[in-house]
Design a protein around this ligand. Structure first.
Ligand code: M6R
Length: 606
């Protein structure tokens, strides 16, 4: 949801800003722009379209030469993607880039218009640029403090005052911002990958702290203007982790990274063959005390929660409710101190999930976050946090993050089931050992990429698809369907296989592709019956099941054969072909796989 960067140092600032923005383009790619001090004057270049268009424009119209500047890549919220709505936005003396939403911008705009300011864009951001100008009386920090005391909503702002050349100011509330510290150079950025080419050291900025970047250094001040010392963090992601590394797309790279991601995530949480979540404060005693569990998340992270629900309920017999965060927030949930709310988020910045977490804490429930990005807002605000160690996920379509989220849910389920005495120690050890062996199983399934590509070639002309399954397979179908539609733009629905005949089967016509997932052996025959119902109505069936299961031609047109593991662990191998089918369908349709239309990776607005 927009990426912002800033740089002060000795390098070609325009080059640094473009490089850094290229690592944030996953956050939005409607337009891009930079503002750089050239000979102590602010020069702006911005354009609708991708970062590549901005670079072409700069080469065509003249590179901006300087050592200090700010940059932006946009996901439009207020005003269509256009040159004029692109950031930076400026007033007479101030230029800014912004990530977030200013909720009271109309009121501020009217106030400023009454004070003689004119606006050229439809954005909320321009009001902040003008309000800063209104309050600026020669003291930038004072103007920033007055401005942030009036604006409501979320913001990470990079600010330049024309009267303070080669200096950048930045401030944040509810939108992420880090401060990179290099050798005689300093940065601001929405996310760590933007700075990795230059440094791995960074500060986390707290709400309403103001950072000043000047002479290659960064100074941080609290809201009273008092200088504060910050803890220096070191990123454990290296630059290669944020590069494609020879793969055609980040999504394919990330699908292939899943065995390692799972291994890195679960290994440190297994002690003497037993799950061990004590690192985050989750003891056996604490687990035993929970009455019920809520999982709250969005999109793919919510789908991981659905797998978690099945697994926890099946093994631990503890009731689990899974909620879409944007619904949970407004439905006055019934929670108590005996409930555990698990929020799941790759980015750790998803606005609805963050607010759901805050609401749960206010009500008094205990909160646990499963998060990939270290130091993100959700990770910092939850009572307990389990970091998934997937490394940076750049592709908008989430794959490896989902995989490690469900791996963590297995650990929680095993430990909870043991704590509740719903399974024996022996069974807990057996399940943990099976999970430990899962990375090799994923590697085996990855070898089916060519078959998935062939199946994808049969889907590219489809207008509609169905994904069906029962139990855990239904949860998985939801993820398969989301993956396909977000990157291939083919409409698809996921349905509980047994529910089809209550209405949706009327959509099935000759040749309609139906992806059926049948990995749960107890439900296998029932799913096969449902598949026969769609097959009898002309559907082309792609059947995902165990390799050893024989599937007749009246059931499936294509079979995807999975290695057999415990039924409860089958979502792990089964999701891989669904990811690969979505990926290749998108590739074969010629879509921009990593940056699908209308989407952004990190959804920091409601
Ligand atoms: O960063 P989060 O995990 O909180 O993001 C949640 C969703 O926005 C995300 O999973 C989204 O659904 C993905 N594009 C799905 O591939």
């Amino acid at each position: 949801m927009c990426g912002i960067v800033g740089y002060v140092g000795n390098k070609d600032c325009t080059r640094v800003l473009l490089d850094s923005l290229s690592k944030l383009e996953y956050r939005g790619y409607d337009s891009a722009g930079i503002a750089v001090f050239e000979n102590s004057k602010i020069k702006i270049s911005k354009t609708k379209g991708r970062l590549a268009s901005l670079e072409q424009k700069l080469k065509r119209e003249g590179w901006i030469n300087g050592c200090c500047g700010i940059g932006h890549t946009r996901w439009a919220t207020h005003g269509e993607p256009s040159d004029v709505n692109s950031h930076p936005h400026a007033s007479a003396r101030v230029s800014i880039v912004h990530n977030g939403i200013i909720e009271n911008y109309q009121k501020i705009k009217s106030f400023l218009e009454n004070n003689g300011y004119e606006f050229e864009s439809q954005t909320d951001t321009e009001t902040v640029a003008k309000l800063l100008d209104f309050y600026f009386d020669g003291d930038p920090i004072k103007a920033i403090r007055q401005t942030i005391s009036e604006i409501e909503g979320s913001y990470a702002l990079g600010i330049m005052f024309s009267e303070f050349p080669d200096t950048i100011y930045a401030v944040r509330k509810d939108s992420p911002l880090i401060v990179g510290i290099g050798e005689n150079e300093a940065f601001i950025a929405s996310d760590v990958p933007a700075i990795l080419k230059y440094t791995r050291n960074y500060y986390l900025l707290e709400h309403d702290e103001i950072v000043v970047l000047k002479d290659g250094k960064a100074g941080v001040f609290d809201k009273h203007g008092v200088h504060i010392e910050k803890e220096l963090h070191t990123a454990d992601w290296d630059m290669e982790a944020a590069e494609k590394g020879g793969y055609a797309h980040f999504m394919l790279k990330e699908i292939n990274e899943q065995p390692t991601a799972v291994k890195t995530t679960i290994s440190p949480r297994i002690t003497d063959g037993m799950p061990d979540l004590s690192e985050c404060g989750m003891t056996k005693e604490r687990l035993a005390g929970y009455r019920s569990i809520y999982v709250v998340a969005c999109g793919t992270a919510m789908h991981a929660g659905l797998v978690g629900k099945y697994v926890i309920e099946q093994l631990a017999r503890v009731p689990v409710t899974v909620d879409v965060a944007s619904e949970f927030r407004y439905r006055n949930p019934i929670l108590s101190a005996e409930d555990l709310v698990i929020v799941v988020s790759q980015s750790g910045e998803t606005a609805d999930t963050l607010e759901a977490l805050r609401l749960s804490k206010r009500i008094g429930a205990q909160t646990l976050a499963i998060v990939n990005v270290k130091g993100s807002s959700i990770a910092r605000e939850a009572d307990m946090v389990i970091y998934t160690h997937a490394g940076p996920e750049i592709s908008v379509a989430s794959t490896k993050a989902y995989m490690v989220q469900i791996a963590v849910f297995y650990l929680i389920a095993f430990e909870l089931a043991y704590a509740k005495e719903a399974i024996t120690e022996e069974e807990c050890r057996r399940l943990t050992a099976a999970l430990n062996g899962i990375p090799e199983i994923i590697s085996v399934v990855l070898q089916q990429a060519e078959q998935c590509k062939y199946i994808a070639s049969k889907l590219i002309n489809a207008g509609n698809l169905l994904y069906i399954g029962r139990g855990l397979d239904y949860a998985l179908s939801m993820e398969g369907s989301l993956k396909l539609k977000e990157i291939s733009y083919i409409h698809s629905e996921s349905y509980a296989a047994g529910e089809l005949k209550h209405g949706t089967i009327s959509l099935v016509t000759n040749g309609m592709p139906v992806v059926a997932v049948a990995t749960q052996r107890e439900l296998f025959d029932k799913t096969v019956s449902n598949v026969k119902e769609v097959k009898a109505r002309g559907a082309t069936v792609i059947f995902v099941t165990h390799a050893y299961k024989t599937v007749e031609s009246d059931v499936a047109d294509f079979k995807i054969a999975l290695p057999t593991v415990d039924d409860i662990l089958m979502p792990i191998p089964a999701v891989v072909p669904l990811q690969l089918i979505a990926y290749y369908t998108s590739v074969l349709k010629g879509n921009d796989v990593d940056k699908p239309r209308n989407l952004a990776k990190s959804v920091t607005v409601e």
